[in-house]
Design a protein around this ligand. Structure first.
Ligand SMILES: *Cc1c(COP(=O)(O)O)cnc(C)c1O
Length: 456
């Protein structure tokens, strides 16, 4: 399997090279040159365990890693999960909640980052290389990346988060990991500022090369690959046979999670609908409704990991929407860069987008707590709200992207009392936090990286 850039101006790379490179040098994102069709495999995959299924899917995409090594990588990655099914389905009300939060940081990003961490270790060891990860986080990517890489001997990790704009627990999770290879940078700005600086630095190819920079944001193909697995897994748990179709509801920020579902569908999984839920930051809803993709200002909501105005994986979707035409894509992205907006008809049968504001998010948490005795986290609640609104009679798989214990302030706001805590998180407040504050300028971040690596 080879990987090409959405913008069509880089050479094709192997899986391992695409993973190490992160963002493509032409500014685009990597995608497989061709997607496999798994329709004929579904029959034999029903009944596989999570890790067995992960191996079947991933081995097609990572065919430059010997099978036994890949098996070991997958086993190691998911051994850190606290539930033997990795991603269990819980029936709640009429829906099925796909619990993706049983990893070390209690958010779905662990599913991708525990895998990616072990893949990095494998490649770096094999090629005798070191890697310096630069990440931008609205909260959950940072801690998941830190927990995925804190024991990696060949990796230094730089994580930018918006200062005082993640939840308290998210900040604690990131900044209490006391390992010498972890460097937290609290940026005086928004998540979009952090992400823009990260992209800016990755686009400075000489700097990127000189300091061996790599990415763990969902621009990295390895994350999307790991996330396609749970769509297949949930399908086999929720259906009786492969003639059935199934719909998913996905709380969306950077468009990574839902894009993995879109890929699963393109690879032959019988998905009926993908409901895209946003909070007040509804750029994607408007884009799907009107064809106008336009950046606005960030609203701070009770679902901070979705407080995003620029969805980096949107480019991958756009690429498929315009028939994999890189020239057209470059034109659209150029338009976006110049004017802060682009026009394109994005409508598709599969994806339907809806916004869920803070008041509805809180009301949904309260309703499910009262009626079903199940505490939804605020991100998950947006997806559940949209599933109930758009498909009131249907059983929908709602992706639970975080454990409620990560957002105690919002749960209290919704339910009037502290519910849904988690002992792992409660223990964090005892620990010391370590981070440095920086202004939102690319040069500041670059100098922090240079200085830290010189001192290391
Ligand atoms: C990252 C995140 C999301 C958004 O996922 P995307 O892949 O960025 O669309 C939703 N919920 C939680 C809890 C997250 O951490």
């Amino acid at each position: 399997m080879k990987y090409k850039s959405t913008r069509g101006q880089t050479e094709e790379l192997s899986f391992m090279d695409a993973i190490l490179t992160g963002q493509a040098p032409d500014g685009g994102l990597f995608l497989p040159t061709e997607l496999p069709d798994f329709s004929d495999k579904l029959e034999s995959w029903r009944g596989l365990s999570y890790t067995e299924l992960a191996f079947e899917i991933m081995s097609v995409f990572a065919n430059d890693i010997p099978e036994n090594d890949l098996k070991e990588i997958i086993e190691k990655a998911y051994s850190s999960f606290r539930h033997e099914d990795i991603a269990p389905l819980a029936p709640v009300g009429k829906n099925l909640i796909l619990e993706l939060f049983h990893g070390p940081t209690l958010a779905f990003k662990d599913i991708a980052l525990q895998f990616l961490g072990r893949v990095f270790d494998y490649i770096l060891e094999k090629r005798d290389l070191n890697l310096n990860i630069l990440a931008a986080t609205s909260g959950d990517t940072g801690s998941a990346a830190i927990y995925g890489l804190k024991d990696s001997e060949r990796v230094q990790v730089f994580v930018m988060h918006p200062h005082n704009r993640t939840s308290r627990i998210q900040a604690l999770q990131m900044c209490t990991v006391n390992q010498n290879n972890i460097h937290n940078i609290a940026v005086e700005g928004s998540f979009d500022d952090c992400q823009a600086m990260m992209k800016d630095i990755f686009n400075q190819l000489d700097f990127k090369k000189q300091y061996d920079l790599g990415a763990v944001n969902s621009v990295n193909w390895g994350r999307l690959l790991a996330q396609t697995v749970y769509y297949f897994y949930a399908y086999f748990q929720a259906t009786e046979n492969n003639q059935e179709t199934l719909s998913f509801s996905v709380p969306t920020g950077n468009f990574g999670d839902i894009f993995a579902g879109y890929l699963a569908s393109k690879m032959g999984l019988p998905i009926k609908k993908l409901y895209l839920a946003t909070n007040e930051n509804d750029v994607l809803c408007r884009a799907f409704d009107t064809g106008l993709y336009k950046k606005g200002t960030v609203h701070h909501s009770v679902s901070p990991s979705m407080d995003i105005q620029l969805a980096s994986n949107f480019e991958r979707y756009l690429f498929y929407s315009c028939g994999q035409d890189s020239t057209k894509l470059r034109e659209l992205m150029g338009e976006f860069k110049a004017n802060g907006e682009l026009h394109y008809d994005l409508s598709c049968e599969l994806i339907e987008a809806k916004r869920c504001d803070t008041d509805m998010t809180l009301a949904t948490i309260k309703k499910y707590s009262d009626d079903s005795n199940y505490v939804l986290d605020p991100h998950t609640a947006t997806g559940v709200y949209v599933a109930d609104l758009l498909a009131p009679e249907e059983r929908i798989v709602c992706l639970a992207t975080a454990h409620s214990g990560k957002f105690p302030e919002s749960i209290k706001l919704a339910c009037g009392e502290a519910l849904g805590n988690h002992p792992i998180l409660d223990a964090l407040s005892e620990k010391d936090m370590k981070y440095q504050v920086a202004d939102a300028h690319t040069e500041t971040i670059k100098s922090i990286i240079v200085k830290t690596l010189e001192d290391a």
